[in-house]
Design a protein around this ligand. Structure first.
Ligand code: GDP
Ligand code: CA
Length: 322
């Protein structure tokens, strides 16, 4: 595989991106990242999913906490709290530097895509980090007549409110960037992977941007997804809670339904092997392997399995022009 693109959210996206990064030759990895979680806080532009991917690939992420920079200090946050300023969103001192630098570049007219390219260049990463759009896109949660901004739901209220629906404010007018458009609609990629991210909160905001769902429907390349569920459990986050609130059982079958018509293959955890027939009845080829990426050796085997699977599906497509 010479060139692949990945749709990524935060933690699940970042861990999978890191797995692929180690297994692919230089410069073949193009990460297309959700910006539905982005928000303005204390005058700063904050991009949680892009930052999680960036900190993970540069080896600076706090693995145990799941977000932010390892070894972080909190002097600024403590001072903000003492001043009575908003302090519910945890901003570490090192992390703040990234938000300051980004906000300043954007204030001077840079696109978010250009900010990401600059960060990648500064840290000498050998991949492409792309926000899915440079336009404003805001995920919101509908809960019992209230509409919560994403970070209010996710961080301030710790995902406690019942999720009756997910809204993507700005999606109708947001445009995929030219960089993303050329990857998804050109003939330039050998496959697209959907990371084991939350389909409702991390992948759906990207699919809501005009043209992206269509690009996947009209694909000239194989698309595979990786399941974020392991034996009916999420590794972290509110996925199982949201599925239950939709009346769904936490199974990769429900995730595959979300991606119906968009994927050719689905990599699931071996703990979910019992779902193989049900998945294949949906017209999705399933591949089972260990997917818990914090377990030693699993990142490598998962990346290699996903790449070989996509390659096989691509070859089958060429052989069978129907
Ligand atoms: P967020 O934006 O930080 O919430 O992150 P994502 O949407 O990218 O990822 C959240 C999802 O990642 C959760 O549903 C987790 O179950 C999934 N996830 C995290 N780590 C792993 C892992 O090691 N293996 C698998 N299969 N899923 C994972
Ligand atoms: Ca996120």
């Amino acid at each position: 595989m010479r060139k692949i693109a990945v749709l990524c959210g935060g933690v699940g996206g970042a861990r999978f991106a890191q797995a692929l990064y180690a297994s692919l030759p230089d410069a073949s990895l193009n990460l297309i990242v959700n910006v539905g979680d982005d928000f303005e806080h204390l005058g700063l532009k904050i991009c949680p999913d892009l930052d999680t991917v960036y900190y993970t690939l540069t080896g600076r992420n706090d693995e145990a906490r799941g977000w932010g920079v390892a070894g972080e200090s909190w002097h600024c946050l403590e001072s903000l709290s003492a001043l009575g300023a908003e302090s519910w969103f945890q901003l570490g001192d090192w992390d703040l530097a990234l938000h300051l630098a980004r906000t300043e570049m954007i204030r001077k007219g840079a696109r978010l895509t250009e900010v990401c390219a600059h960060l990648v260049q500064q840290s000498k990463l050998k991949c492409t980090l792309l926000p899915v759009t440079d336009d404003r896109l805001r995920t919101q949660i509908r809960s019992k007549g209230r509409v919560l901004d994403f970070q209010e739901y996710f961080v301030r209220e710790r995902c406690a409110p019942v999720c009756d629906g997910v809204l993507f404010a700005g999606a109708e007018t947001a445009r995929m960037t030219p960089e993303v458009k050329s990857l998804l609609t050109g003939k330039g990629i050998d496959c697209l992977m959907i990371a084991p991210s939350n389909p409702y909160l991390s992948i759906a905001p990207m699919l809501a941007i005009p043209g992206i769902r269509e690009a996947l429907h009209n694909r000239q390349f194989p698309v595979i997804a990786i399941s974020p569920l392991i034996g009916g459990q999420a590794v972290k986050g509110p996925l199982v809670k949201i599925m239950a609130e939709r009346g769904m059982s936490p199974s990769p079958v429900g995730i595959a339904q979300e991606y119906a018509g968009l994927i050719d293959g689905f990599v699931c955890d071996i703990a979910d092997q019992a779902k193989q027939e049900e998945l294949e009845a949906m017209g999705v080829q399933a591949k089972f392997t260990e997917t818990l990426m914090s377990k030693p050796g699993v990142k490598k085997t998962l990346a290699e399995t996903a790449l070989a699977f996509a390659q096989g599906l691509g070859a089958a497509e060429i052989k069978d022009p129907s």
